[in-house]
Design a protein around this ligand. Structure first.
Ligand code: GDP
Length: 455
């Protein structure tokens, strides 16, 4: 599907930079460049994918900028259309002027994500790959970046196409027996068909199960710092972040709300959350904070239960302890620079106990290692290449799995082949939602509107 309109947008972020790139896509892209470009090589004779030096001149012949220009001929371009990129000086006024030149030539300002949308419509990328483009741009950690790149390279798509191929084969077999009941095609071995569909379903289920890892890679693992007031939670948060974020004060109960910071540990993005001090209190604001801490403890991937090592455990510590799930809690005994007064054997058995001093930094490396150890051995290890990161993809996969479930039940129940075929078609169309074959326009609009202009 080729568009008649030629679109233009800056491809680089606004602000001062050494280079700024303006990108055009559409049938008039080369002609528009030719109208404003003056250099040794005329645009018409430029080889595709080669940079040429020249000057951009406005209609009065005045210099707009000296640039490097590249023409990328259809279909071997990002969008699959003729694409032109002009590398000019990177200042917002220069970019504005260059953009204006092309707008005067009749180009239209591109909508957010329109280049990628054209790439999708022209079959250069399927939808899951197009979505990976945003994830690559937005990746906040090495691992998240690698997963997004693998998706962009088509690892998820290939797996989906493999499922699709198997389901289509099964469907063709069924349809042959629907069209030519007895004679010509022989009798259908339903058990073989069931076995292959069950294998597909099992594989889809494990793909769907990878969503937890995917979610962590995209949004970060949530690590909640929990403990009664004054044990050093804010200090610990700051020490882990390596800078002063939460306000540290010696007055009990000052971190009233929850604070969230992001950091990367061993390639994992981590959202570090400092919950309000957990304490039984009459103070309404604090009670609200405590309720929030309670809620967060339930949903956090990992809880760092902080106790003050320089004093014995008290009732308030017990309240914090009562919020923790043993399997996902690390005990952090803080203030190791002071004489030890705490008896941690009185605590229930949590995963691990680490002694630190948020003040001196002692033990912080062991704490980081303990956190990473839990992450690396936990459900978040997984094969990085094949991970579902989008909620939308998970929903579609679950729909496909449900359809195959219906198929299995119907087959066991010896229902007519027409019913079985319908379930397979449902599963196929659900998979098509991920790759974009059956995705409704309004969903496409939603997806591409998340992109930045110029991508
Ligand atoms: P929070 O209420 O749990 O967030 O505790 P804060 O981080 O505000 O710390 C409470 C008090 O303990 C402050 O006076 C900190 O300076 C002090 N503190 C925190 N960590 C340490 C530590 O490792 N060693 C010592 N000696 N004092 C600490």
């Amino acid at each position: 599907m080729f568009s008649f309109e030629t679109i233009v947008a800056p491809a680089t972020a606004p602000g001062e930079a050494s280079v700024g790139i303006v990108r055009l896509s559409g049938p008039q892209a080369s002609a528009m460049l030719a109208a404003v470009f003056s250099g040794h090589t005329p645009v018409a004779t430029m080889a595709s994918h080669r940079l040429y030096y020249g000057r951009l001149l406005d209609s009065a012949g005045l210099l707009v900028d000296s640039v490097l220009a590249v023409v990328m001929n259809a279909p071997h371009s990002y969008t699959g259309e003729d694409v032109v990129e002009v590398h000019c000086h990177g200042g917002s006024q220069v970019l504005r002027n260059v953009l204006d030149l092309f707008l005067h030539q009749g180009a239209r300002m591109a909508d957010p994500g329109e280049f990628t949308r054209r790439a999708f419509l022209n079959g250069r990328l399927d939808l899951s790959q197009a979505e990976a483009v945003i994830d690559v741009i937005r990746a906040r950690s090495e691992r998240a970046g690698r997963v997004a790149l693998a998706q962009l390279e088509g690892r998820l798509s290939q797996q989906l196409y493999a499922y699709t191929a198997e389901l289509k084969q099964a469907l063709a077999l069924l349809e042959a027996h629907i069209d030519f009941p007895d004679d010509e095609v022989g009798s259908l071995d339903l058990s073989l068909l069931l076995a292959s569909i069950t294998a597909v379903k099992t594989s889809m289920q494990s793909l769907a199960d990878s969503f937890d890892t995917g979610r962590v890679l995209r949004d970060g693992l949530s690590v909640l710092i929990l403990g009664r007031p004054n044990v050093g939670k804010s200090s610990l948060l700051n020490a882990l972040l390596g800078e002063q974020r939460a306000i540290v004060t010696p007055i009990a109960g000052t971190t009233r709300d929850t604070l969230e910071e992001q950091l990367v540990l061993a390639g994992f993005p981590v959202r570090l959350i400092d919950a309000a001090g957990v304490r039984d209190t009459e103070d309404l604001i604090e009670r609200e904070g405590v309720a929030r801490a309670q809620e967060k403890a339930g949903s956090a991937d990992l809880v760092l239960l902080v106790v003050d090592g320089s004093v014995p455990l008290c009732k308030e510590d017990e309240l914090a302890v009562s919020l923790c799930r043993p399997a996902s809690t690390l005990v952090v005994v803080n203030k190791s620079d002071l004489p030890v007064e705490v008896d941690v054997t009185a605590l229930p058995s949590f995963v691990e106990t680490v002694e630190v001093s948020a003040r001196s930094g002692e033990g912080l490396d062991s704490l980081r290692r303990a956190i990473v150890g839990l992450l690396a051995s936990g459900p978040f290890a997984g094969d990085e290449g094949l991970i579902v990161t989008e909620r939308r993809h998970l929903d579609a996969l679950l729909l496909a799995i449900a359809a195959l479930e219906r198929f299995t039940v119907a087959a066991d129940d010896s229902q007519p082949f027409e019913c079985l075929a319908m379930d397979l078609r449902d599963a196929l169309s659900s998979l098509g939602l991920i790759t974009g074959e059956t995705t409704p326009d309004e969903i496409l609009d939603q997806i591409f509107s998340r992109f930045c202009i110029g991508k």
